[in-house]
Design a protein around this ligand. Sequence first.
Ligand SMILES: [Zn+2]
Length: 98
Amino acid sequence: MNHRNGRITTRTCVICRERRQRSDLLRIVRTPEGKIEFDRTGRMDGRGAYVCGDGDHWGAKLLDGRLDRGRLKNALNIEIDDSTVMLLSEAINSHINE
Ligand SMILES: [Zn+2]
């Protein structure tokens, strides 16, 4: 749990708009090179967006296109293509299952 000035650090999930503790969220980053990557450490350079780690935001739903990919796109201000979604899903799923 992260505390700063005695308060819990919270962030908003860009997909479902829920405010949660920083530690419950995953960070997706648009790197300075313009790539979309899953930020395992939470400390990568670039513009970040947060999504729930335990939500139905990843995996099959995302690949089916049922998920509103547009929200992640808007948050990072970049197009997100199928192969990027695939790579993100794989990285996140392997992280969650570790
Ligand atoms: Zn969420």
